[in-house]
Design a protein around this ligand. Structure first.
Ligand code: C2E
Ligand code: CA
Ligand code: CA
Length: 726
């Protein structure tokens, strides 16, 4: 094509500053050649034929198609139709012909295959040109490479596809909401979390988020506030209603999308259902704060409760009572009947305790057999004592299990805010100390804290400490108290009674330390020591030619539970070379009846060694005749509390007579202990009691004094015993 137009722009010739002739005519041909040659893309003129025969292409042809212009012009090597990707040819042709027919320019995007085989996208713009006969003969136009733009578009489309896939398939709920509380957008996961059939259904249904969704509408208000203040929320946890009415926990992460003027356009963010986690957390928290057996608050929660009670009492000028309840002899039940039954008993106790308190009070399990009650809104001591008396009453009701009745008891210590302290620790410590006092004053009772008790407790701790060393320092002594045969008036036995010869405190009676020895387990070595010592001493008396007597040794229930008791009795006998018939073991009645079956088995094996067995403190427990009959028992020792008033209290007299009769009916010997007066002696002799023991004859005495008593009977009626009986 030849462009030979020369335009003359203006007629005045001017010479510019740089010397060029400003008025020189513009060489449009040169201008257009420059443009066409440097244009990115290809200018062309082609025929309107089937293969778009090119008559002219600009130099850009090479860059665009990879073919030189002379290879394309007049289809020398390829036609433009050939370059056009076969799949796109029909559409290109359709578009161009439609434009030509309507005499408009066209614009079409399609792909070509370059000389190097590479496919690229092009945009062609063109217009039909008519010949002198007004027939459409050519197309003139411009083709440019739009591969980059198409690739970018494709990437954009891909990104959109990807993001909408994330939106559609995410497991997290995704939302856009208006600040007023309507949904603009929601994904299927959100619909699922909130229990709607589809995202559309959710958007349709939830028109007022704060009212319809949040359990507490304030949560939505807090959400909006945070958004307005910080533009975002992180892990914002709330409870929401699902469509089916159930309530779930969700956690939201969201941000505010702002308008150009800084106002909030909408909120967008994600939602996860954290109900399971919340439940798990709640369970863990419950477990951390509650006792697994009874479900009562545990030590940890108890501290909180006392603290809250103190704070409230402080505000309202009231008192708080902390009541420490410790079951008596629970260890015994637990060990002898088994933990399974021990657990049942604890559950029963927990139930009973609950019946004594009001809803704002706390019953907690401190551990083991210790319970603590926090009594709030206490006006005065009487109010507290009324509850404590009720506690003692309900706990002491016998407990029935498997047709067997068990006696229960507890010792109670009381401390009080503000008098005894103003922290949970202080109140618990005081109540604990008071409880110990109740235990040592005979159990099944209560004691309130006093500062003097603190002193007593530290003494007790010191005692406990010293007791540990007493055995190795050889500080224990055995005293003997004679037992006299009513018929002959002779000493036929002696009870071995332990004393602790403490270098600081002097001679300490067993009641002051046996319970500590039992608690600490020291009773095991101590009990073994006294067995050995009593056997050795008895054998020594026999070797010295004194009349043979039976020596009775008291056994603690703890020793009984300890495996190896039978062996240690056998060892003691063997070491001392004492015949078993000269040893008697005393067991308290209450203990024997705790677990009759098992104790019967143990008793049988002791009995098999050849020793005698006595039931001590008889009358204080709950003996059942049927058991007594089956037990291998030789003696009943009537408790001294019945003997004391035998001559003045008709009830006691009747009990002692009944025990004697019953014992004899079972073929047992009956011993009365605590015989202090002539009147005691007369009564007992009159009613057929077999043997007697008590201050009337002798206090417990050291071995050397016992020896004197024994030698007295050996040589005839001694000053101390026989003369008084006869
Ligand atoms: P127990 O087995 O009932 O012992 C009888 C207690 O009554 C003894 O007190 C004794 O001294 C006291 N007694 C004796 N005659 C009379 C009397 O006429 N009037 C009065 N009021 N009391 C009298 P003791 O020696 O203080 O022992 C107290 C308890 O300590 C014993 O009660 C026994 O349960 C326990 N005990 C003593 N020695 C041992 C021991 O070696 N091992 C174990 N496990 N317990 C022991
Ligand atoms: Ca005894
Ligand atoms: Ca006794």
């Amino acid at each position: 094509m030849v462009l030979n137009t020369v335009l003359k722009l203006g007629s005045a010739r001017k010479v510019a500053a740089d010397g060029t002739d400003a008025d020189a005519p513009l060489d449009v041909t040169r201008l257009l050649t420059t443009i066409t040659d440097n244009l990115v893309g290809m200018i062309y003129r082609c025929r309107v034929d089937a293969i778009w025969t090119m008559e002219y292409v600009s130099d850009g042809c090479h860059k665009l198609t990879g073919y030189r212009p002379d290879e394309l012009v007049f289809n020398t090597r390829v036609s433009y139709d050939q370059i056009t990707l076969p799949e796109d040819r029909a559409q290109v042709s359709r578009t161009i012909h439609a434009a030509l027919e309507s005499n408009t320019s066209f614009e079409v995007e399609y792909r070509i295959q370059r000389a190097d085989g590479r496919v690229c996208w092009v945009l062609e713009r063109g217009v039909g040109i008519r010949n002198e006969n007004s027939r459409l003969a050519w197309i003139e136009g411009y083709i440019q490479d739009i591969s980059d733009r198409m690739a970018a578009n494709e990437m954009l489309r891909e990104a959109v596809r990807r993001y909408s896939s994330i939106f559609e398939h995410a497991t997290e709920g995704i939302f856009q909401t208006t600040p007023e509380g309507r949904y603009l957008n929601a994904n299927p996961a959100l619909a699922h979390i909130y229990g709607h059939a589809s995202a559309d259904a959710l958007i349709e249904h939830l028109q007022d988020i704060s009212r319809q969704l949040y359990v507490l509408p304030e949560r939505r208000a807090a959400f909006v506030n945070l958004m307005q203040e910080h533009g975002a929320v992180r892990n914002f946890e709330s409870q929401v209603h699902r469509m089916d009415g159930s309530v779930i926990w969700i956690s939201e992460n969201a941000r505010a999308v702002m308008n150009a003027d800084g106002s909030v356009q909408f909120f967008e963010g994600t939602v996860v259902d954290i109900t399971e986690r919340k439940q798990h957390e709640a369970e863990l928290e419950y477990q951390a704060n509650h006792d697994s057996l009874t479900g009562l608050p545990n030590r940890l929660l108890l501290g909180d409760r006392i603290e809250q009670a103190i704070a409230k009492a402080h505000r309202e000028n009231m008192r708080v009572a902390v009541v420490f309840v410790d079951l008596d002899h629970f260890k015994l039940i637990n060990d002898s009947l088994g933990h399974h039954i021990g657990d049942r008993l604890l559950l029963e106790v927990a139930d009973r305790l609950m019946t004594c308190v009001r809803s704002h009070d706390t019953v907690a399990r401190q551990g083991g057999d210790e319970f603590v009650l926090v009594l709030t809104e206490q006006h005065d001591a009487d109010e507290t004592l009324a509850i404590v008396n009720r506690l003692l009453e309900v706990i002491s009701k016998p407990w029935l299990h498997d047709g067997q009745e068990y006696g229960l008891g507890c010792s109670i210590g009381i401390s009080c805010y503000p008098r005894d302290g103003d922290t949970p620790d202080a109140l618990l410590r005081c109540a604990d100390i008071a409880m110990y006092k109740a235990k040592s004053s005979g159990r099944s009772t209560y004691h309130a804290y006093t500062p003097e008790l603190n002193q007593a407790i530290s003494e007790r701790l010191e005692l406990q400490n010293n007791l540990r060393h007493a055995l190795e320092r050889n500080e224990f002594r055995v005293y003997y108290q004679p037992r006299v045969d009513v018929a002959s008036g002779r000493i036929i036995g002696a009870e071995a009674l332990i004393r602790w010869d403490c270098p600081v405190k002097g001679l300490i009676p067993p009641d002051s330390f046996i319970s500590i020895a039992e608690e600490t387990g020291l009773i095991i070595p101590i009990g073994q020591w006294i067995l050995q010592e009593a056997c050795r001493q008895n054998r020594a008396w026999q070797r010295a030619g004194l009349p043979s007597i039976s020596v009775s040794v008291n056994l603690s229930p703890i020793q009984f539970r300890h495996t190896g008791l039978v062996q240690s009795v056998a060892d003691a006998l063997q070491q001392a070379e004492l015949h078993p018939s000269w040893l008697e073991l005393e067991l308290t009645e209450s203990f024997v009846m705790h677990d009759a079956e098992r104790i019967n088995v143990a008793m049988q094996s002791l009995k098999a060694l050849g020793v005698d067995i006595a039931v001590d403190d008889f009358g204080t427990g709950y003996s059942s005749l049927s058991y007594l009959k089956r037990f291998p028992v030789d003696r009943l020792k009537v408790d001294k509390s019945f003997v004391r008033d035998i001559d003045s209290d008709p009830d006691d007299a009747a009990i002692v007579r009944a025990i004697i009769t019953m014992g004899h009916a079972l073929g047992l010997k009956v011993v009365a202990e605590g015989v202090e007066t002539r009147a005691h002696l007369d009564f007992l002799r009159q009613h057929g009691c077999d043997e007697l023991q008590g201050y009337f004859f002798s206090r417990p005495v050291p071995a050397a004094e016992m020896e004197v008593l024994l030698s007295g009977t050996a040589t005839g009626p001694s000053q101390c015993t026989s003369p008084r009986i006869k």
